[in-house]
Design a binder for this molecule. Structure first.
Ligand code: ADP
Ligand code: ZN
Length: 521
């Protein structure tokens, strides 16, 4: 690629008015300008857009930028135009444009004035567009939100799977730059494979958000949890915050409760018409309300720098979601408090939501949920668990900014109790779920148990000195330790793993931090 001979810094200053690059930006831009396939993994707010915008402005031809959200495309284009004196430097092409608008975009593209064209994946599936693009000089292809390619990502879009095929139709050997704010090692390899990146230069920025404080609290009865939330918000009076819930009804209920308690709050979810949604989003951005109570429909592309707290009323369906949603707090680098209420009932709700999905999706979903449960129930530094999830090592002994580092949990030796649990599952021939197993261990009979005569088993009541909450928590810890697993196909039946079988033959010492208060909803 021929590049005009100005220094990158000069170009940065000229086009964006910034004096220095952030993080890996300069290296990334050099890689793109040299025509290499490039893979950028950078948390939200890190400055990804500039990584392809500047090279696009400096290269001959036009860069195609694939972006999944039509609404975001318009924002991006408006933003670039605000930096540039020329309106036609950037355009987008998607289903919202009229015929006349499309014609104007095409004319600008043909004249060579346009340096960036944002397209939806659908745009690339249309033959007439492909034919048109083939006639243009394309500098490179940027695939934004590249995690949408992977089913392991938090926002899978099947159309993203066909991107490479379509890119090849537009031109041969076009450099590809993939960008994402979220990529676990699994998602990363999916992206490289699917886009067939050729020995890409990979730039991974740290995902640590040092200014965010993470805390998990047991979720108790509804009124009590709402009281806790109200108290928390009153402590942070006048500050902006987001509360995430699992469903639309809860957003409305919770917002009403907050309003009744003197907090300016509105609900936000996909069931509202787009006018109302836009209005409420603006109310939040303009600080006419302090709190927005939302489903995950809220947030993509929201850039309010001073969100001071993010509360999860329900645990999200993956750690990736959790990271993204909490990541909307403290984007200005100042305080961001991330509070999550956790109960195992909410986990069961998430599992229930998947019941009609195909098996492979259920398996994947269950695994993602398990990782979130592990996070919630862990006694380890929250930051460490999150960063580990993104394939990053975090060595700091005490981060000082999570509940587990501030108040370390006590661990107890549970070898003998694990033996009892495994024995119960084995005596029941691995044909029952946890509730049934716990009834056996704690010696609580019911008609089904007496019909099967399971109350005659030697293990019946062997663990009655601990209550059902305790055993529930222990079974989950045993799952996390890989001693037992839930059968996904026959939903919920407890099975003993190879490791569990080894443990039964030769029990070893095992310590866990138990949070049996986590079940008192
Ligand atoms: P991302 O897409 O990674 O979430 P953005 O591209 O939206 O991040 O950038 C986040 C913010 O950082 C934007 O307000 C952007 O203008 C700003 N920014 C990006 N690069 C620089 C830079 N080199 N110097 C100063 N500000 C920058
Ligand atoms: Zn910590």
């Amino acid at each position: 690629m021929a590049v005009a001979k100005v220094s990158l810094l000069d170009a940065l200053h000229e086009h964006f008015g910034f004096d220095s690059f952030k993080g890996n930006q300069e290296k990334i831009i050099k890689s793109i300008l040299s025509g290499k396939d490039t893979f950028v993994i950078m948390p939200t707010g890190g400055g990804k857009s500039l990584c392809y915008q500047l090279p696009a402005l400096m290269s001959p031809g036009v860069a195609l930028i694939v972006s999944p959200l039509i609404a975001l495309m318009k924002n991006q284009v408006d933003l670039i135009r605000s930096y540039s004196s020329k309106d036609n430097v950037a355009h987008f092409l998607n289903s919202t444009l009229t015929k006349a608008q499309i014609k104007k975009v095409r004319t600008d593209l043909q004249s060579g004035k346009t340096k960036m064209l944002y397209v939806a994946p659908e745009t690339l599936t249309k033959q007439e567009n492909i034919d048109f693009f083939r006639e243009l000089e394309i500098s490179f292809i940027a695939v934004d939100e590249a995690h949408c390619i992977s089913e392991w990502g938090h926002d899978f879009r099947p159309e993203y799977r066909r991107l490479k095929e379509m890119i090849d139709l537009v031109g041969s050997n076009l450099p590809i730059i993939a960008l994402t704010a979220t990529a676990t090692p699994k998602v990363q390899s999916d992206i490289v494979k699917n886009l067939e990146l050729r020995t890409p230069e990979v730039f991974i920025s740290s995902f640590n958000r040092p200014n965010l404080y993470y805390e998990i609290r047991p979720k108790r009865k509804k009124d009590q949890t709402i009281k806790e939330i109200v108290k928390f918000i009153h402590l942070h009076k006048g500050k902006s915050g987001i509360i995430y819930t699992l469903n639309r009804k809860t957003t409305e209920e919770l917002a009403d409760m907050l309003v009744a308690n003197g907090i300016k709050a509105v609900a936000y979810h996909a069931g509202l018409d787009s006018g109302t949604r836009a209005q409420r989003q603006d109310m939040f951005l303009l600080e006419e309300v302090e709190v927005i109570v939302a489903t995950i429909a809220f947030g993509m592309g929201i850039d309010k720098p001073d969100v001071r707290f993010v509360i999860h009323y329900n645990i999200p369906k993956s750690l990736e979601n959790y990271y993204q949603e909490t990541g909307r707090g403290g984007r200005d680098g100042l305080e961001g408090l991330c509070l999550c209420f956790y109960s195992y009932k909410d986990v069961q709700k998430l599992e229930h939501l998947m019941r009609d999905k195909p098996l492979s999706e259920r398996e994947m979903g269950a695994q993602l949920i398990n990782e979130t449960v592990a996070y919630a129930e862990s006694a380890v530094c929250r930051r460490k668990v999150i960063l580990h999830y993104f394939g990053e090592k975090y060595e700091t002994e005490n981060c000082g900014k999570c509940d587990n580092c501030r108040n370390p949990k006590e661990k107890i030796e549970v070898k003998n109790r694990v033996v009892i649990a495994l024995k119960a599952i084995s005596r029941l021939e691995e044909r029952f779920g946890s509730d049934y197993v716990i009834n056996i261990i704690t010696g609580k009979s019911n008609p089904q148990i007496s019909t099967f005569q399971h109350d005659k088993l030697d293990v019946f009541g062997e663990g009655k000195e601990f209550d059902a909450h305790f055993w529930n928590s222990l079974l989950r810890q045993m799952m996390l330790e890989g001693l037992i697993e839930k059968d996904i196909e026959e939903y919920g039946l407890l099975k003993i793993t190879e490791k569990g079988k080894k443990f039964m033959k030769k029990p070893f010492s095992i310590y866990v931090a138990l949070n049996h208060q986590f079940d008192e909803e």
